[in-house]
Design a protein around this ligand. Structure first.
Ligand SMILES: CC(C)(COP(=O)(O)OP(=O)(O)OC[C@H]1O[C@@H](n2cnc3c(N)ncnc32)[C@H](O)[C@@H]1OP(=O)(O)O)[C@@H](O)C(=O)NCCC(=O)NCCS
Length: 285
């Protein structure tokens, strides 16, 4: 992938995931642009960032008609992570994805550990399992928050760039790899909150809707505090995504807030157990 490819790759991935959403869930979001402009802008910024940090992890597949597939991946502390992976609808299941994944995984050839957030597309899941990933089902909680259930929240403060070393230390302990150069990107788009006490430390990034984009903590108690803080600051309708069975503390918080529990996709892992207490991000893991 070259910098000039990023905007075409963004449209291709938007089409791929739009078609997947219709196929798997028989639903489509109303936006005729496939992916709303603000999200498209964040996607482009994120992909440019991967191209800068990991040019060898980012690949496109072309034919006579132009780009037909793309994959972006990156290595942090010897953990290889797959960020985005899509083949143009109509051209899937012809072996293009296999070649793209092999090219991206070559970038992580020195890494024993790997992470990816898999969609429910049976083709994607087949590719990941054949590439040696263990598939851990992801739950999510969604619905109308019962605000009377929100406890008094203490020991949570706003985070800043000054917390980056602490965040990296927490990530190294919980998922075995720091986010390192991804923090400035995340701090550009998301609000950070931190809980740092003698009994446990953690942080979370909250997206535009106040939802958790990423949460990591050394102890369940700190993670629970951070998730409640996010819920308290969010609107009436909320969702908590990317919850593995290793993170029942998050199921318990969501249920206490009277959200509904559902399931979608997998956390794909190689050479590691599901991180906890941890709510991974779909692309930055
Ligand atoms: C996932 C994706 C990138 C894979 O690309 P692709 O070009 O379709 O992949 P390939 O053709 O190389 O491999 C697909 C595999 O699934 C198999 N397959 C095809 N249809 C299938 C089905 N309905 N169920 C299960 N397996 C299926 C193919 O036979 C092939 O396996 P094989 O090589 O062992 O025969 C592409 O399908 C896609 O863009 N999906 C929508 C977006 C998405 O989910 N991306 C992944 C995000 S985590």
């Amino acid at each position: 992938m070259q910098p000039a490819d990023v905007s075409v790759a963004e449209r291709l991935s938007a089409e791929g995931f739009y078609e997947l959403d219709q196929r798997m869930w028989r639903r489509s979001w109303p936006d005729p642009e496939l992916r709303p402009a603000t999200r498209a802008g964040a996607w482009v910024a994120r992909t440019r960032h991967f191209l800068e940090t990991d040019p060898g992890g980012c690949w496109v597949a072309d034919d006579d008609t132009g780009m037909v597939g793309m994959a972006t991946s990156f290595v942090r502390d010897k953990t290889w992570c797959l960020a985005t992976y899509a083949v143009r609808p109509g051209l899937q299941a012809r072996g293009i994805g296999k070649q793209l994944l092999e090219a991206a995984m070559h970038h992580g050839r020195g890494c024993l550990r790997g992470m990816l957030a898999a969609s429910s597309d049976p083709k994607a899941v087949r590719r990941y399992r054949l590439a040696g990933f263990s598939l851990h089902p992801q739950m999510f909680l969604t619905g109308t928050v019962d605000r009377d259930a929100i406890p008094v929240i203490e020991k949570v403060r706003e985070g800043s760039a000054g917390d980056t070393d602490l965040m990296d230390s927490i990530d190294r302990q919980v998922r075995g790899a720091a986010h390192g150069p991804d923090h400035p990107l995340m701090q550009r788009f998301w609000r950070a909150i931190v809980s740092d006490t003698t009994t446990g430390s953690g942080y979370a990034y909250l997206d535009d809707n106040g939802g958790v984009a990423l949460l990591a903590a050394t102890h369940r108690r700190a993670a629970t505090r951070l998730l409640w803080a996010a819920i308290a600051d969010g609107g009436q309708e909320q969702s908590i995504f990317h919850v593995t069975a290793a993170n029942e503390w998050a199921v318990d918080v969501g249920m206490a807030a009277r959200l509904e529990l559902h399931q979608d996709g997998y956390l794909g892992l190689r050479g590691m157990s599901p991180p906890a207490p941890y709510l991974h991000n779909g692309a930055l893991l």
